[in-house]
Design a binder for this molecule. Structure first.
Ligand code: SF4
Length: 374
């Protein structure tokens, strides 16, 4: 396939998760919904079921208002709305990782409002680097595994999870290679295209996505490196997949050279390490994660990591996209801001919300930021 054809495939997958879900169901597969931010997809994959991410979407919130106050983040409100409206029909189960108060609340609201899709909730430990934290996460993963076994009807062995870890680590490596290549092809890999490649990973079968990204990497490498004349930025936040917003970057001649976004690079930048049982390895992975607002970090490395990337990649600026009402991201921002100022990297703070983001206001702010960078 040509690079253009490959991009069209990623775009389709990113924009049509329901069509992909229907396809999996027609193949006779069971599908498990994986809610943000980090679900143990390896265990689902090892069961033979298909893990499929859901990150909310642009829908008007009506019925979810009965379950959540207005000051809960829009991702979770959108997920609940889709659940209540039956958009997730066909899922055999849904895994909800309790990273924050809103996700904890979602577990109970889901049980009450979306009874037809069984919910598997589990918690990540805050003290993730000490042995007790790792032991706790192993026990949480074991509970998830038991509940998935009830849904798939057979045992999920350590051996099969180890094999799935290998499949996902391969995907992580390929995705890391892709994002590192992007800065050389910023005319082709625009902010929207970059997002299609990254977002589609949540919906496609992992093996298929890995193969397509490998093909895209080969296609890009066969092209001469591109000379990008605009401004290079790094994005940071939970999610930044609003088409209108990405178009605003493009209209202002900005390209994304790297991201620190939970839905994007944070998903794959840390590999699951070797050593121990499958669940122990996965618990060690959580201990190894750095620079994520959801992973407790007294050293608060996030800002410094982004500053380092910005220097390395010659980025002109950084955009901190705060998901409105997201406490973990709100707590990170003052420290992040200080890190940007100390590193003398211009940054823009914007607040985003699924469904109701006022693009006009943000357009003006991005336009002004682009002028400052010029
Ligand atoms: S965006 Fe923030 S508040 Fe919302 S679910 Fe994610 S971590 Fe929780």
């Amino acid at each position: 396939m040509t690079v253009k054809e490959l991009i069209a495939k990623f775009e389709y997958a990113a924009n049509n998760p329901n069509a992909l879900l229907d396809g999996y169901l027609k193949e006779g597969k069971k599908v498990i919904g994986c809610f943000p931010v980090y679900t143990p997809k390896e265990i689902v994959h090892a069961s033979g079921m298909i893990p499929m991410g859901t990150w909310g979407g642009n829908t008007s919130i009506e019925r979810a208002k009965e379950y959540f106050p207005a000051f809960c983040c829009s991702i979770i409100q959108a997920i609940m709305e889709y659940g209540l409206k039956g958009s997730f029909k066909g899922l055999s189960g849904a895994i909800i990782p309790c990273h924050c108060d809103t996700l904890i609340t979602l577990t109970q609201n889901w049980k009450s409002g979306v009874k037809e899709i069984p919910m598997i909730g589990f918690a990540f430990p805050q003290n993730r680097k000490i042995q007790a934290g790792k032991d706790y996460l192993v026990s949480e993963y074991a509970t998830v595994k038991t509940k998935l076994e009830e849904l798939c009807g057979h045992e999920i062995t350590d051996e099969s999870i180890q094999a799935s870890i290998a499949v996902y680590n391969e995907h992580r490596k390929v995705m890391n290679e892709f994002v590192k290549l992007v800065p050389d092809y910023l005319n082709t890999i625009t902010p929207r295209v970059r997002n299609y490649v990254l977002k589609s990973a949540h919906f496609m079968k992992v093996e298929e996505h890995t193969a397509l990204v490998k093909e895209l990497i080969a296609g890009l490498k066969a092209m001469p490196k591109e000379d990008f004349k605009g401004k290079k930025i790094i994005t940071s936040g939970i999610i930044l997949d609003d088409k209108g917003l990405l178009e605003v970057f493009e209209a202002n001649n900005m390209a994304i050279v790297a991201d620190d976004v939970a839905q994007e690079t944070r998903q794959f930048r840390t590999l699951i390490p070797e050593g121990g049982s499958a669940l122990e390895r996965m618990a060690q992975w959580w201990a190894d994660v750095e620079g994520c607002s959801l992973a407790y970090d007294p050293a608060k490395l996030r800002g410094r990591m982004v500053a380092e990337d910005a220097k390395k990649l010659g980025a002109d600026g950084v955009v901190y996209a705060l998901m409105k009402f997201c406490d973990p991201e709100e707590y990170d921002y003052p420290i992040f801001k200080k890190d940007m100022e100390e590193a003398e990297i211009p940054h823009l703070f914007i607040e985003i919300e699924q469904g109701t983001t006022s693009i006009e206001q943000i357009r003006t702010r991005i336009q002004t930021f682009a002028e400052i960078l010029a």
